[in-house]
Design a binder for this molecule. Structure first.
Ligand code: SF4
Length: 1003
């Protein structure tokens, strides 16, 4: 009999009386104590934590409709029963008196909420959406004399959410496309939007490569730009397991934190200089010839020949257009053979990627990197040697890397380093993007972002009027998935004759940016009329908050769906600088169910899709988001029922019919997809057809409902045949239950594992197929090493191999003129080059005339986006979160226990600065940037030191961003200070490095 850890714990507790008898205890009284245990007769259910994307399992206990206990699920493969302070305190939430219990309405100029019914609330919202849509519809746009159908409304916007389930994200994506919405965004834009293009450039996919449990297999762990121990606490469990087996842990971060405490080496880096640091590591590997030659030749583009037109000079790559701040990427191509494939030569060919890379990186010597980063040269060398001598090694990173104007290229640097070391695709290797919110991976998978459709398919733009034109830039490989998405959305109404309803879809203007920053900027221009937000609080988490406040004030209607009031939903409330009587925005606050009252799936950072049960009825009149979205869209369709207008045809053709008592399950099935010839649910990606005979709402999730069974319910935490932490029957990972992405690269050219002691997959010559402990990540399991498909470890890139150089490349189809697949190339360079942050305390010593990212366009809005300089703002501000509060604190600042642990915001500064300012620990200081000002307490520590940068002193200060004016603990928002200059690829803001001044308050 298999005994679960949870069963064992319970059995042990019940048996305690018997064993205690031997120690002379009074058995009847022990039995009575056990009998009276508070969980007796309680109903038990499992849920998943709602904070970081470790995705910890929880067990809730419910008695008489109330939650009486919540604890970590000891049968869970990630947390094994543990919870951090945030997760452990969540039993307060379902019983909280501060929850939103009824829909509320704030009229224009009013200073109060009025309770309204759900019917009234939904009717008001649906009417407003219809009015704004009808009044602002853009049927066509003209460019250079040519007219394009665009089917869009740019006055409607939706935000959220990484807090809601996959099924809810899918419905948000689907509904907004039917309404013609381009402005669809969520928190991923602000936290990890740079991850997807960076990892996709190198690997073909944009997700965390390995798993939380796999950290234990690493011999070296480089944690950079992440305070993992505090912000992804459960990862520390697996880091410590690796350490117990001898792994060396390195922490590179501007502060000494609890993560540094568990590391063997801590290097204090100046915020925004990671490319210089990693460039020096890469250069050291190249100069000492410490790279994995066999791996490079077999699995990467190192020996492919680069176009002779490619060049790099004085901070600029070839093809730069100064006026447009952008590159023509065509000179970043390969030399091609007659079939349009890259020519492969040797690692020493002068045109090879390898030789170009050597030339490029030789500028990044140890001393230059030290001058830029502040890390002593000998420490950089030491870290390089640790990574070289301890393979496989892995990388963990978070927002310290992503939130920069070079966010994409920061992460690209990891990919170059890891390829050189042969550290991708193997157990204990990879690049682990520590996704933040509980379902930010899912909300990205389901494209709650303007630039993707579900499954990372490019959003059609005005130049792609037909599916063929879309395919021209996306490839036939992805066209199949687009057709299947249309079949999911439109059912039998989508067919080859009508181009699968593709012409009805909204088309972005290819030259426009529809990111969350632009939502508020467009509102400033009075062009954005309506905003719906679920599970996000931009008036705390967005940078440069003055723009957010001003934008909200210019909307006609704001709708927020949340369990608690947030700063965003209450932006109109009276406080310094805000007078409700001058604000015309109508606001509707919908009471959303808390995560403990919801069912559906969410996906953790390592792509583990898990089912959450709703063990409780939502408090008051709260509803699950899936119900709210369903009811709202039904209401909108009702309002269009009699329309005969062309623009409304799409609302008639869309398939939208979910059972009220089982919505999440029905939507998950739609996401999985069907074979319409047999009526069966798809078993996996391999069954997806291009001809419209199958459908899938998100192709990477095909198989999540294989064999008619919801795979996310699986809980076998004991079967791990490899001992590597794979657990193939625990829930389900995308794609196709592959746990370690690119695992073909754990084998040599012939399909034999590089390390027999940690083998993962291999080619079975007898069975003539790829097999192993994990699902092999290969194009076709029966295509062996002797075939072209057998040598495609990075099958999602056009080349099929890993890309050190992000070449401009489209893989041709063997027949026809359409490409089979295209590879992604970042807009700001095929190699990662170091540029200073927009607000920098020093010059760029690599190329003084090209100081910051040359593709950057900032400021965008005059009067709101000032840039500070060192003379006025001499200190570098870095921001992140404290362990006890989550993001904007919408949940955690409503939990008394967590407020007791950390009750207010502060600024952390070194003793040298405190002495200079005459400030003592706990005294108030004024912090101001070119954009805003706050007063907070000083926390004087020796966890940050003044750095030596280019021969001058550079002081770094740090602030948490978790506070705002609502909740049980309120304080000034740090994001009043931060800058919203963005990476040119994804527009992610530079929250990790801006300039501020600090003075003693009241002086
Ligand atoms: S916040 Fe993260 S580590 Fe903490 S309990 Fe939740 S999922 Fe686990």
């Amino acid at each position: 009999m298999e005994v679960s850890r949870r069963t064992l714990l319970k059995t042990t507790a019940a048996g305690a009386g018997l064993s205690l008898a031997g120690f002379g205890f009074n058995i009847p009284s022990v039995k009575a104590a056990v009998k009276g245990f508070k969980l007796d007769d309680a109903q038990e259910y499992t849920s998943i934590c709602t904070f970081c994307a470790c995705g910890c399992g929880m067990v809730g206990y419910v008695k008489n409709g109330k939650m009486i206990n919540l604890e970590g699920d000891s049968d869970h493969i990630v947390n094994e029963g543990g919870l951090c302070s945030k997760g452990a305190s969540m039993s307060v939430i379902p019983n909280s008196e501060n929850r939103n219990l009824k829909p509320k309405y704030r009229a224009p100029k009013s200073d109060k909420w009025v309770e309204i019914s759900w019917d009234e609330a939904l009717d008001k919202i649906a009417s407003k959406i219809k009015q704004v849509r009808d009044d602002n519809w853009i049927a066509q746009e003209t460019e250079n004399g040519k007219t394009y159908n665009v089917n869009r409304c740019d006055a409607l916007s939706f935000v959220g959410g990484a807090q809601v389930h996959n099924e809810e994200c899918y419905l948000i994506s689907k509904m907004t496309k039917m309404l013609g919405v381009a402005f669809l965004e969520h928190q991923a834009r602000l936290c990890h939007s740079s991850t997807v293009p960076a990892l996709s450039t190198a690997f073909g996919r944009g997700a965390m490569t390995n798993t939380w449990q796999d950290l234990k297999n690493a011999k070296a762990i480089l944690i950079e730009g992440s305070n993992a121990a505090e912000n992804h606490p459960m990862s520390a469990k697996w880091i410590m397991r690796a350490k117990a087996q001898g792994a060396v842990v390195i922490h590179v971060d501007p502060r000494f934190t609890r993560t540094s405490k568990l590391a063997d080496i801590h290097a204090q880096i100046r915020p925004g200089t990671d490319i210089a640091f990693l460039g020096a590591i890469i250069n050291y590997i190249l100069e000492t010839e410490s790279y994995d030659r066999e791996y490079l030749l077999t699995h990467t583009n190192a020996a492919m020949l680069v176009s002779k037109d490619f060049d790099f000079n004085e901070g600029l790559f070839s093809g730069y257009n100064e006026e447009k701040h952008s590159y023509n990427k065509k000179t970043w191509a390969y030399q091609l053979d007659g079939a349009g494939k890259p020519i492969v030569a040797t690692l020493t060919h002068p045109d090879s990627v390898m030789m170009k890379m050597r030339e490029f990186y030789k500028r990044y010597d140890l001393q230059t990197a030290s001058n830029i980063t502040g890390i002593p040269a000998e420490d950089i060398k030491k870290i390089a040697e640790v990574m070289i001598n301890n393979r496989p090694g892995t990388v963990m990173y978070a927002l310290g890397m992503t939130q920069h104007t070079v966010g994409v290229q920061n992460i690209r640097s990891f990919t170059v380093m890891q390829f050189l070391l042969g550290n991708v695709g193997k157990p204990g290797s990879g690049i682990n993007a520590l996704r933040g919110e509980p379902n930010v991976q899912g909300s990205t998978d389901f494209a709650v972002l303007f630039n993707y459709y579900p499954g990372y398919l490019n959003t059609p733009n005005h130049k792609q009027q037909t599916l063929d034109e879309w395919t021209q830039s996306s490839g036939t490989f992805r066209r199949k998935f687009m057709v299947n998405l249309m079949k999911s959305w439109f059912g039998e109404n989508a067919n080859a004759e009508n181009d699968f309803c593709y012409p009805l879809l909204p088309k972005l203007n290819a030259s426009q940016n529809y990111s969350i920053y632009r939502i508020f900027e467009t509102a400033l221009e009075k062009k954005m009329k309506f905003l719906y937000i679920t599970g996000q609080n931009p008036l705390v988490t967005s940078p440069n908050l003055n723009i957010v406040q001003a934008g909200l004030q210019n909307l006609e209607m704001l709708v927020c769906a949340d369990p608690f009031e947030t700063e965003t939903s209450c932006f109109w409330q009276k406080r310094e600088g805000v007078d409700p009587s001058t604000i015309d925005t109508e606001v509707i606050l919908l009471p959303a169910a808390s995560f403990l009252e919801k069912e559906g799936t969410l996906i953790n950072s390592s792509r583990l899709v898990q089912w959450r049960y709703a063990g409780l009825k939502p408090l008051g009149e709260a509803k699950q988001d899936i119900e709210i979205l369903d009811l709202l869209f039904q209401k909108i369709r009702e309002k269009y029922a009699n329309s005969t207008e062309e623009k409304d045809k799409i609302l008639k053709l869309v398939k939208w019919d979910y059972p009220a008592d089982n919505r999440s399950d029905a939507v998950l099935k739609e996401i999985n997809g069907y074979n319409h010839k047999t009526g069966q649910l798809l078993k996996g990606i391999g069954e997806i057809q291009a001809d419209g005979s199958t459908s899938t709402g998100c192709w990477v999730y095909a198989g999540v409902y294989a064999n008619g069974e919801n795979q996310t319910l699986r809980k076998d935490f004991q079967t791990d045949p490899s001992g590597l932490g794979i657990f193939p029957k625990y829930a389900w990972t995308w794609p196709g239950n592959i746990h370690i992405l690119y695992n073909r690269a754990s084998c040599d050219k012939n399909g034999r594992p590089y390390d027999e002691s940690k083998k993962l997959v291999w080619w079975d010559e007898n069975a003539k197929r790829w097999t192993g402990y994990d699902v092999p990540d290969v194009p076709l399991a029966t295509d062996g090493p002797a075939t072209a498909n057998g040598q495609k470890p990075f099958r999602m890139s056009g080349e099929g191999v890993g890309r050190l150089f992000g070449a401009y490349y489209a893989d041709p189809e063997t027949q026809g003129s359409l490409p089979r697949d295209t590879s992604y190339t970042p807009g700001d360079g095929p190699f990662p080059e170091f540029y200073e942050p927009v607000e920098s305390p020093t010059k760029n010593i690599l190329h003084e005339n090209v100081a910051s990212n040359p593709c950057l366009i900032y400021p965008r809005v005059k009067g709101f986006q000032e840039i500070g300089n060192k003379a006025d703002f001499p200190y570098v501000l870095c921001t992140s979160a404290v362990s006890e509060h989550w993001c904007s604190g919408a949940y955690t600042r409503n939990v008394p226990w967590l407020n007791e642990l950390v009750k207010e915001t502060f600024i952390e500064m070194p003793h040298s600065l405190a002495d200079k300012l005459g400030v003592k620990n706990g005294e108030k200081v004024k912090v101001n940037s070119a954009r805003g000002e706050v007063v907070v307490k000083a926390m004087v520590t020796n966890r940050i030191h003044t750095l030596n940068i280019n021969g001058e002193e550079c002081t770094v200060v740090w602030m948490p961003y978790n506070w705002g004016f609502k909740g049980l603990s309120s304080a000034a928002s740090t994001n009043l200070l931060t800058i919203d200059a963005g990476d040119p690829n994804t527009w992610i803001q530079e929250t990790k490095a801006c300039l501020v001044n600090v003075t003693k308050a009241g002086v």
